[in-house]
Design a protein around this ligand. Structure first.
Ligand code: ADP
Length: 231
């Protein structure tokens, strides 16, 4: 009886997170839209007004992304997270993601590929988010002058994507915990972040039939390796 009550309570908690994230996501979406359209259309804004609108718009966007992450994690927990798996050329998708990442960071990001084309079966939107989260972390947890490198390989029926940085690194005892939701290494408290990004990475990669691991050395950098089935 106790187990069944516990399981009921868990289910209610999951449902609550899912409902609340869904409801809360609705208001900031049009707010972000209005702010963006105002920024595009108003030509006579003072510098201060433009700056204020940009901050408001980026905060609204951050809230939307946070709530979307919570919603996806709640859906994954109840087995309702949907994946649109399709054949993809990984090299092209990675080029596109790196192009996007270069818009928000000045850091050098290189791509090496063992072969071309590397074909995989994955959900393109979810894989984009996985790679953006890993690149975003590589940028956040390293100095602006430290390069970031992506390496793609196919070995038999598996494909690996490595995201390597030469940043601050992660202490050994924390390396297994960082994939847990809301877990942040102490030093990271001073950077902007929710502690959900790697939870999303793990959930999405596993949902596409793959796995993710990390190797890291303090002061030297980190290598995150995503393994996915080849097509
Ligand atoms: P956050 O929003 O804090 O970045 P994440 O889930 O992305 O949350 O990561 C969890 C923690 O793992 C971070 O707080 C940080 O301490 C550590 N971490 C993640 N990626 C890296 C990296 N590339 N280099 C060093 N530390 C990292």
């Amino acid at each position: 009886m106790m187990l069944s009550r516990l399981s009921e309570a868990w289910e209610q908690q999951r449902q609550l997170v899912s409902d609340v994230s869904h409801e809360l996501r609705t208001p900031p979406t049009p707010v972000h839209g209005y702010l963006q359209s105002m920024l595009r259309r108003c030509v006579n804004l003072t510098e201060l007004q433009r700056e204020a609108l940009e901050v408001a718009s980026s905060e609204a966007n951050r809230t939307i992304r946070l709530l979307q992450d919570l919603l996806d994690l709640a859906r994954a927990d109840s087995g309702y997270l949907h994946f649109d798996l399709e054949p993809l050329v990984l090299n092209d998708l990675v080029d596109e993601v790196v192009g996007m990442a270069e818009q928000f960071s000045e850091q050098s990001i290189s791509i090496e590929a063992g072969t071309f084309p590397i074909e995989i079966r994955a959900d393109p939107n979810r894989l984009r988010q996985v790679l953006l989260n890993l690149i975003d972390n590589a940028v956040k947890y390293s100095n602006p002058s430290a390069p970031i490198a992506l390496r793609l390989d196919r070995i038999n029926e598996t494909v690996t994507i490595q995201v390597r940085d030469r940043g601050y690194g992660i202490p050994l005892q924390q390396q297994t915990r960082i994939f847990k939701r809301l877990y942040r290494v102490d030093e990271a408290r001073y950077t902007e972040g929710s502690g959900l990004d790697l939870g999303i990475v793990k959930t999405f990669v596993e949902g596409m039939g793959g796995s993710v691991t990390v190797r890291s050395k303090l002061g030297k950098g980190s290598i995150f390796t995503v393994t996915l089935p080849a097509n």
